[in-house]
Design a protein around this ligand. Sequence first.
Ligand code: SAH
Length: 225
Amino acid sequence: MADAPHAVARRALMAEIAAEVRATAGWTGRQTLKPAVTAALMRVPRHAFVPGKFRTTAYENHPLPIGHGQTISQPYIVAIMTELLDLAPTRRVLEIGTGSGYQAAVLAELAGEVYTIESIPALADMARRHLVALGYANIHVLVGDGSFGWAARAPYDRIIVTAAAPHIPTALIDQLVLEGRMVLPLGPEGGEQYLTLVTKSVRGRVAEQRLLPVAFVPLLGSVRH
Ligand code: SAH
C-alpha cells in the first residue's frame, strides 16, 4: 500500500490531536473527537495534498505552505472544525477556501456532498487534481469569491470557512438552512481571531459562540470592503 510509510506517522499525529482536543476542551467544550471523525482523519492521506518537499513532514501537527502565500491548516484545527460541524452522510456542506483540498476530502468522508470555493485558480486546479486522483466523486470545486457563497447549490446544512473573516458574510447566513451550523475564524486581519460556531435556529435566529483563539490566513475579496 502506497500509504504504508506514512501509517506510523499518521497514528502518532492522531494521538497528538487527541491530546490537544483534551487540552483545549475548556474552550471548545469537546473532550474527544467522535470515532467517525478520527476514522476520517486516518483515511485521508495528508501527504498527497502538500508540495513534494513537505511530504515527509505532512503528519506533523502544524500548517504547511501550499504556494500562492497560502497554507494547509494545522491538523488539530482541521479535526476540531470537522468535529464542531457535526456531519452526517446526508448533509450538504459548503467550504470557503479550498486551498489544497485536504479539508474538503475530510468533509467528504463524513458528509453527502461537499461544495468548495477557492479564489486562486491555480490552487483550485491543484485541489481538483488531488481529489480526482484519490477518487472523491462528491466534491465540487468552484473558482470565485466565497464571500458570496454558491447560491446555485444552496441551501447548505453546514458551512465551514477556512480563512479569517472580519464578520460573517451575510450571503453565507442566507445560504444556511434553518437549524444549520457554520464554523469559521472571525477577527480582524492581524488582530485577535476566534474560531466561532454560528447556529441558525428553527425560526432563523442566528447565534454566535466564540470558542478558541486561532491564527488563520485572511479571507480576501468583497468581505473586506
Ligand atoms: N482548507 C484548506 C486551507 C485553506 S487556507 C486546506 O485544507 O488546505 C485558506 C484558503 O482560502 C486559501 O487557499 C485562499 O486562497 C482561500 N481564500 C481566501 N479568500 C477567499 C475567498 N474570498 N473566497 C474563496 N477562497 C478564499
